[in-house]
Every structure is written in C-alpha cells, then in structure tokens.
Design a binder for this molecule. Structure first.
Ligand SMILES: Nc1ncnc2c1ncn2[C@@H]1O[C@H](COP(=O)(O)OP(=O)(O)OP(=O)(O)O)[C@@H](O)[C@H]1O
Ligand SMILES: [Mg+2]
Length: 394
C-alpha cells in the first residue's frame, strides 16, 4: 500500500528521439554521433553512460549541457531547454579534458570558478579550502595547476565541478588518469553525493567503476541505445543461486557435498574460495605505506566530503529551486530548442582565457622547457582578473 502511494522521484532529464549529426563545411553528413536516443533520468539516480570509443557519450553529455545543439528530437533538463540559464547553476560538469588556466594555483582556480557563481569572498574561501581537502590537494594548493600530474588535474577538475553545490553532476570520465586510490575516492564521493539526493551522470570505460556506483546504465553503440536498465535487471543471471558461508569444517562440507550430489551432477555446481579484488589489495598496500608516513609529492588521500556540500539550508534552497523548475515545467510544455546554430551556452569570453594555453598543452605541446622565460604569475593573474571584470560588466 505504502509503496503505491510513494511519489516517483522527479524527472530531471528527458530525451525523446534525440539525434546529433555532425556536418562538414559543405553541409554533407560527417558522423551521426547520436541516433534516436530515448531515456529519462530521475532525481537522486546515478546513471552510467557506457559505450566504446566514438559511441556518442560525450556528444550526449554536451547536448545535456547546451554546448551542442541537437539535430532533431527533444531534450529537457530540469524541465527546460538545456540552454536555459536558470538550470545551469544547478549543474556541475567535469569535462573529458579539464580546461584549466595553468598559471593559476589550485586555490586560485577554485576561487575563480566560485566567483563565476557570485559567491562572497568568505564563502569562496570556505568552499575552496574544503574542496581541496576533500580531493586530497590541500598540500598543493599554492602550486600552479600547469605543474599538476594528470590525476591531480582530474582531482582539481572534480573540485571545480562541485564548487556551486550542484543538484545534477555530469562527470565525463571522472576516474580517467586517477590512481586506484583516487578512483576509490571518486566512487565514495559519488555514493555520498547520491545520499544527499544529488543526481549524477557518469561516463567511464572502467566497467567496474560503473558497476560500483551506478543504479542504472545505458549502453551506447554507434550512437544508439543497445541496452538500458538497472544493474540488477541487466546483470542478474537467472536460474542460479550463490551461498557464501564461513569456512566449513570438513565433516560439514562432506554433508553439503552429499546433498548436492544427490540432486546435481558434478559439473552443475562449483565450490571455491572467494578472493578479494585487486583494488582492495592495492588499497591495503597503499594504506599501509601511508600509515608508515612514506613521503610522496603526488596527490594524497582525500578527506571528508566538504561541509558545505552537506549543509541543510543549501540543500533545501537547491531543492526548492529544483521543485519550482520542474513544477513549472509540468504546467508549461516547452518548445524544443531551435536547431540552426550553436548556442551561447557558456560565457566564451571567460572560457577562451582559460583554455588557450591548456588547449595547446592538450594538443601535445610539451610543458614549458626550463629555459623558457619564466612567466610572472601575478601578472598573468592580474590580466585574467582584468579580462574577467571586463566581461562581468557586459
Ligand atoms: N565536433 C565534431 N565534429 C565531427 N564529428 C564529431 C565531433 N564530435 C564528435 N564527433 C564524432 O561523433 C562520434 C561520437 O563521438 P563522442 O565524442 O560522442 O564519442 P564518445 O562515446 O565520447 O567516445 P570516447 O569514449 O572516445 O570519449 C564520433 O564518430 C566522433 O568522431
Ligand atoms: Mg567521450
């Protein structure tokens, strides 16, 4: 009875017949990256988006963020077009490649992203410090992010995605480049975020990561959904049972075997010893090294979830906004987004500044050689501030 009266969680994302076709300069079709996707994501769900390289995961994510226009179909996020500005402050995004301004320190990076959400100086400092602690980078907070290893960049990218305490987190390959310790921490973090009622979409090629954190998965191939459902629905092998017990004394084992043999042939059952996963073993080894205080300059274990992320009034405020958005969406059916041009989804005046140097580095340029004239960070930061204050005035 109680079950039937329980209200289903709100629909956060709805996609109907979603298509994205990339065209060349002469408007000839180049690639149908996404082809007729129908799916929904509900509040509090952790959804895994899986598929081989080029199957359309990142293209789907970019459409959810309003960075790419669908060629056809209808896509809503919080009941609105993905380009709607109100919904953007409810979303945190970790891109496949982190676009960070390499001369800013880890702390300045978070402070900068926090300032885009108009947070007070005090709140910016509190959140930045807590997030640095949470992702295990407090000791490196004054180092420029350009010096960071791939895993350290990933950690600062994750912290950046959470600076606005988002209700929906979209994480494109969050564990890529992370050591097993970092992977475990990201997975624990996703569990904690879920407990707080956040909705999370994760793409990853690491199937064990997805299996550990996701309630439901969608598997894409060639831009189409090939399978979707809860892990239980998709992975349970029907018609088998598994019984796990403490190690049985030989006489008890003999009795069990006798019972099994009385109704099954030898090749129909198997008795073995469960073993720990390589992940569990690896974490055990690293934890021992840490408890012996072996020195490392890399990332360290992350700390507790940032306080502000579990702050009640923040949560209530986000929930109210979410309800107002989804509630109003129920009343008012929204027009599908026009499809002719690329949307100004993000303030590109801000992003260009951020991505210029990093893009070169991502394109394979080696990090600056020792003999390259040293950049004056304060000057670069000053320039950035000027540009930003200019763009804010617009
Ligand atoms: N800007 C673009 N212009 C042309 N084709 C594109 C563009 N972006 C993606 N594609 C094509 O769309 C298809 C899907 O790409 P997408 O990046 O969504 O895949 P993915 O599932 O994220 O892959 P990966 O696992 O490698 O990250 C690929 O064939 C890709 O070449
Ligand atoms: Mg991708």
């Amino acid at each position: 009875m109680a079950e039937s009266t329980k209200k289903a969680p709100a629909i956060i994302i709805s996609s109907v017949g979603l298509v994205k076709e990339f065209r060349d300069f002469w408007n000839r079709p180049k690639a149908k990256a996404v082809n007729d996707l129908d799916f929904e994501v509900r509040e509090g769900e952790v959804l895994g988006l899986l598929g081989p390289n080029g199957s359309g995961k990142s293209t789907t994510v970019k459409m959810l963020l309003g960075l790419l226009y669908p060629t056809a179909g209808r896509l809503t996020v919080f009941g609105k077009s993905p380009r709607d500005v109100d919904t953007k402050r409810l979303i945190g995004y970790l891109p496949e490649e982190s676009y960070l301004y390499k001369y800013l320190t880890a702390y300045e990076t978070l402070d900068f992203f926090a300032s885009l959400f108009n947070l007070s100086a005090l709140e910016r400092r509190k959140r930045s410090e807590q997030l640095l602690e949470m992702v295990g980078l407090s000791h490196a907070k004054n180092r420029p992010v350009g010096e960071f290893s791939k895993g350290m960049s990933r950690r600062i990218g994750l912290a950046q995605a959470m600076i606005n305490d988002p209700s929906l987190l979209i994480l494109d390959e969050p564990t890529s480049g992370l050591d097993p310790l970092g992977c475990r921490e990201v997975k624990d973090l996703i569990h904690l975020l879920k407990k707080r009622g956040k909705t999370v979409i994760v793409t990853s090629h690491l199937l064990s990561d997805i299996e550990d954190v996701c309630d439901r998965v969608i598997i894409l191939y060639g831009g189409r959904i090939r399978a979707q459902g809860t892990l239980h629905e998709l992975l349970t092998i029907e018609g088998t049972d598994r019984i796990t017990t403490p190690q049985l004394p030989p006489e008890v084992m003999e009795k069990v075997l006798a019972i099994l043999r009385s109704s099954l042939s030898e090749d129909q059952f198997r008795i073995d010893h469960p073993r720990m996963s390589l992940e569990e073993f690896f974490l055990d080894v690293v934890n021992k090294a840490q408890s012996e205080s072996v020195e490392t300059y890399g990332a360290r274990s992350g700390g507790q979830i940032a306080d502000y992320l579990s702050h009640d009034d923040q949560e209530t405020a986000a929930k109210e906004l979410l309800q107002s958005l989804t509630g109003s969406a129920e009343k008012k059916k929204e027009e599908p987004a026009p499809m002719e041009e690329m949307p100004p989804a993000i303030d590109t005046s801000k992003l260009e500044v951020l991505s210029d140097e990093t893009l070169k580095a991502k394109a394979g340029e080696p990090p600056p050689a020792e003999e390259e004239p040293a950049m004056d960070y304060s000057e670069a930061n000053e320039k950035l501030k000027n540009i930003l204050s200019g763009s804010k005035k617009e």
